[in-house]
Ligand binder design. Structure first.
Ligand code: GTP
Ligand code: MG
Length: 195
């Protein structure tokens, strides 16, 4: 994918604030701090168009980005960060579910998982929910640079075992090294093709 332009469009918390759904759209979801914003930056080769942070819970709004004037990428707030005030946390689930259920131009969700961790209950619940909603899901195992090369195979196998039967194979990724960038774009291609 050649990136000719990448721009921030807007932030939203509710449907009235979403931009026009004129383009195929892909959303990025996963635990807080798993590396969603970093993955998007790496995909579009921009160092910091999408704000990243070592503090979990950085992304609290639904952020829309437009790539090459033709593809919309959406950075979702992460789930599962305990230190976020309960009041804020309680609004995240509905905010994200409403977005995913109502967005007509949404083609699929990239679900980020940490290669070093067994998927948590929230990851698995989210996967099941996406399946029920018939929203295509592409799992990505990120932070691969943090795992010794000899341990990557076993870590991936363990991650796969923990996912529900029939889940697509997670793509190995590292925002640090760029590993898996091409594979993620390849996997997204059938989803974002014009219909
Ligand atoms: P929230 O917006 O809080 O939900 O987090 P996020 O999922 O968007 O994570 P973000 O991209 O902000 O990254 C969180 C931290 O992990 C940052 O310190 C990143 O530099 C680091 N990080 C993200 N991806 C990678 C990766 O592939 N490798 C390494 N080593 N660090 C990463
Ligand atoms: Mg983020």
């Amino acid at each position: 994918m050649v990136i000719r332009s990448a721009e921030f469009v807007t932030s939203a918390v509710k449907p009235g604030q979403y931009p026009e759904g004129d383009h195929p759209e892909v959303a990025f979801a996963g635990r807080s701090n798993v590396g969603k914003s970093s993955l998007i930056n790496r995909l579009i080769n921009r160092r910091n168009l999408v704000r990243t942070s070592s503090t979990p819970g950085r992304t609290q709004l639904i952020n829309f980005f437009l790539i090459n004037g033709a593809l919309s990428l959406v950075d979702l707030p992460g789930y599962g960060f305990a230190k976020v005030p309960a009041r804020v946390r309680a609004t995240w689930g509905p905010m994200i579910r409403t977005y995913l259920q109502t967005r007509d131009n949404l083609r699929g969700v990239v679900l980020l998982l940490d290669l070093r961790r067994v998927p948590g209950e929230q990851d698995l619940d989210f996967l099941t929910w996406l399946k029920e909603e018939e929203i295509p899901c592409l799992p990505v195992a990120t932070k691969a640079d943090k795992v010794k090369p000899s341990k990557i195979g076993p870590a991936l196998a363990e991650l796969k075992r923990a996912l529900p039967q029939g889940s697509p194979e997670p793509i190995l990724f590292s925002a640090l090294t760029g590993r898996g960038r091409k594979e993620v774009w390849e996997a997204l291609r059938p989803l974002i093709e014009p219909t």
